[in-house]
Design a protein around this ligand. Sequence first.
Ligand code: UDP
Ligand code: MN
Length: 507
Amino acid sequence: PYGQRFKSRLLTSDPVTGTPSKGFDEKAYLSAKQLKPGEDPYRQHAFNQLESDKLSPDRPIRDTRHYSCPSMSYSLDLPATSVIITFHNEARSTLLRTVKSVLNRTPASLIQEIILVDDFSSDRECPPSPLGDPRAFLGLIRSRVRGADVAAAAILTFLDSHCEVNTEWLQPMLQRVKEDHTRVVSPIIDVISLDNFAYLAASADLRGGFDWSLHFKWEQIPLEQKITRTDPTRPIRTPVIAGGIFVIDKAWFNHLGKYDAQMDIWGGENFELSFRVWMCGGSLEIVPCSRVGHVFRKRHPYNFPEGNALTYIRNTKRTAEVWMDEYKQYYYEARPSAIGKAFGSVATRIEQRKKMNCKSFRWYLENVYPELTVPVKEVLPGIIKQGVNCLESQGQNTAGDFLLGMGICRGSAKSPPPAQAWLFTDHLIQQQGKCLAATSTLMSSPGSPVTLQVCNPREGKQKWRRKGTSIQHSVSGLCLENKPGQLATSKCQADAQAQQWQLLPHT
Ligand code: UDP
Ligand code: MN
């Protein structure tokens, strides 16, 4: 922890020479932290620890890859990687199985080192540190940066502390990063059951997505892409990564600004990193021939000093403020509890974004995630007033014409009666599918009666625009006038009372 390398005290070593004799004593390590009889096996880790403890640290798992993956070939000089695993109060059986799965299923030449960052676990085994004893936990974001900072290899591979990597998991990911160092790649994340630890294949047609509240979700890859995907081994572009399992070039990670170190504990960092990678010239992909199992949990078995919800808000708010430009309004609409919440300063992150000349969030939406659409607000109708009177529809006459006239206003703009409720959108003034229209065949000449017609956005008779306090018929340039007994178009006169209208929108 804290950047120091040390040998575990659990290494059984020769008491005289000090050299390790039998290697790591797995049994001693595992038996030191077993469940007490009768203890709830879910309490400490939010998964069934009893089931995990029963399994061998070397257990075999099913090769869940597509059948065309095993015949793939990879470069013979793939770069080696530092595997970084941060953990806080992880169960020993799952942590050991994570490490052993890496050792058992990765060619030794590809692993430079495995770095375990113990993030202030209650049972941590820290040797006295020259930096002083850690006083509090860093959270997974700062812990990962600690691990990355001491990593010796040119490529970083992050893993959670309750994973099992599958056959040939690393090669296809290293291959992609070797070909292009700006690619940030992740495996398909298989599911290790939190109840019985069965290893289950995840769908190969999923990618990472989210909604405006910055809530992560797995989603089907878009249909067009699915149809054109003839090669199941080909990487899948993904708008965001799920979280803590990915491979990245170390120099690229540093260049991009690592992680936002002011984010706490857990959450939101995957969006921040994902937006940054895409917008600053890189790409994110899921490599389907790489499979890593992960125990997905339903709750966090650790404490958030500020509370779970506030921490998530802080982290996602920082993300929105730095990366989402004018689109951050949709984040706040979807997560109103974030409005007014403290989130620290983002000045240096914004500065970094400028320095790297990153693209806009609009670019990201158009090019990376067009499926995330901007929410359309339902426009509610308001009123059109002249003095104490309001424009109103007055039913139909015996000939079936829709009648338009003026009547005393019978409600405010917020709650108009249906007959006085009007929507002025684009160039139409409408009520329940009927639109104001200059109905004369000679609509260009003054004096055309203005009545209601079934709306047709292409009909010139129905096109209006606002001009100061008057309402102008777009084609003729004449103004809507309240003439005794009828509404009509008339030559525009700035001082004509009968041409003055107050358009009061709903809000
Ligand atoms: N973790 C950490 N410090 C923390 C919280 C989590 O090092 O303060 C580790 C945790 O042990 C795990 C990884 O970060 O290895 C991701 O956390 P978790 O598995 O709880 O998140 P999830 O997979 O549910 O998103
Ligand atoms: Mn996890």
